[in-house]
Design a protein around this ligand. Structure first.
Ligand code: GLA
Length: 386
């Protein structure tokens, strides 16, 4: 993103230059899918694509936000924030975040914001978490509010859950807030204990392929999966004294007789516990530099998301199947919520151009869609950039 151009766009929109510019990354999840809301561990990394916020205080009692992504400007009076409700519009994230961060702040100063993004929307790379965390961070920093990064991640998640109505876990917001260059995060989503693992990929790269299939109906599908997990847990509780699906092993899930009557729920629970195991094995593999083993775990994760959790789609399956057939690829899987969006593959650095060309050609021939394929490196979490 060209920051000079962003400043000029701010000036064109608001008649003066911004006081500051903030950047919030997107994230790619390396492994640990659909288990953050089941008490599991996940392994995301922030990436260099994300959302930029030019911000300038104004003399009003209003937030005025101009979105380059949606080509639209919206204004909110502070006094209306308390009673604000979801409108089914992109500005819901602004409203929800401002409502929570400014609650209890007396006479906050007004401000203008210009938002621009180089992150594809609705593609499983966390554009909404990037927006919420970035907007919140800019507010916190400019108005000197008392929230640390983890509190900010929690607020952003609460906005998704309670204001926007998506029952997501905390993985995305945490990764956007806490990412670190050249590292991935291992986050225990129950205790919020976390550690950073240095991404020593020794001649390999993380490559994203965007299927360009938008996560149609994703929010309702996502919420459905979440409620299926809850139902499976209720049934498993008849056999085991647990609070979260991730406390159970695959063997325990399979041994539960009451669950046998519900094939779909049994598959959902089996994905959750097998995926949680794969994360533990991935942590060991990455720490030991055992990349082939990590790649195999990525492949197994995709199979489980496709067959047991059923959140893949034909386009993602095609991208993954084709990717693993290309020389120099150690593993490939869908990343994020699924139902469209992106895959992530581990590809030998010297093979990346050939990989991108081969995958792109095959995908266009198969689906008549041009995929976007690019290598990413783990980036820092949200920060001020100017
Ligand atoms: C979305 C949600 C996350 C997580 C993933 C699936 O990105 O926002 O909380 O559940 O899907 O792993």
């Amino acid at each position: 993103m060209n920051l000079t151009a962003l400043k000029q766009d701010f000036e064109a929109s608001f008649g003066r230059l911004p006081d500051a510019i903030y950047f919030a990354p997107g994230r790619v999840n390396l492994i640990g899918e659909h288990i953050d809301y089941n008490g599991g561990r996940v392994m995301p990394a922030a990436i260099h694509q994300g959302t930029y916020f030019g911000i300038g205080k104004n003399e009003s009692s209003r937030i005025c936000i101009d979105s380059m992504t949606f080509g639209e400007k919206r204004t909110f009076e502070f006094e209306d924030l308390v009673s604000a409700r979801r409108q089914g519009h992109w500005s819901d994230y602004t409203l929800g975040m401002a409502q929570r961060l400014l609650a209890g702040v007396r006479n906050p100063v007004g401000f203008d914001l210009l938002v621009a993004s180089d992150l594809p929307q609705n593609s499983g790379l966390s554009s909404s978490a990037s927006f919420c965390v970035g907007f919140g961070f800019a507010l916190i920093d400019q108005l000197d509010l008392a929230f640390d990064r983890i509190q900010l991640a929690r607020v952003a998640r609460a906005v998704e859950n309670d204001f926007v109505g998506v029952s997501c876990g905390i993985m995305d917001q945490f990764a956007v807030a806490m990412g670190k260059a050249d590292h991935c995060i291992v986050l225990d989503c129950e205790s919020l204990e976390w550690e950073l693992i240095q991404m020593n990929l020794a001649g390999y790269e993380i490559v994203i392929a965007n299927s360009m299939v938008e996560r149609k109906l994703s929010d309702s599908n996502y919420n459905l999966r979440r409620s299926e997990c809850k139902q499976a847990l209720e049934i498993l509780k008849m056999d085991y004294p647990v609070e979260q699906l991730c406390e159970l092993s695959v063997g325990q899930v399979e041994a539960s007789l009451p669950l046998h009557r519900f094939d779909v729920l049994r598959k959902r629970a089996r994905h959750v516990s097998s995926e949680n195991n794969r994360v533990s094995e991935s942590v060991s593999a990455l720490k030991a530099g055992a990349l082939e083993e990590f790649g195999a775990l990525m492949n197994a994760s995709h199979a489980s998301l496709r067959d047991d959790f059923e959140v893949s789609c034909p386009e993602l399956d095609f991208l993954v199947e084709t990717a693993v057939s290309i020389p120099g690829v150690l593993g490939s899987r869908m990343t994020g919520a699924g139902f469209g969006g992106c895959t992530v593959s581990l590809v030998k650095s010297s093979e990346v151009p050939r990989f991108a060309e081969h995958l792109s050609r095959a995908y266009t021939a198969h689906a008549a869609i041009k995929a976007e394929i690019y290598a990413v490196t783990p980036a820092d979490g949200v920060k001020r950039v100017a």
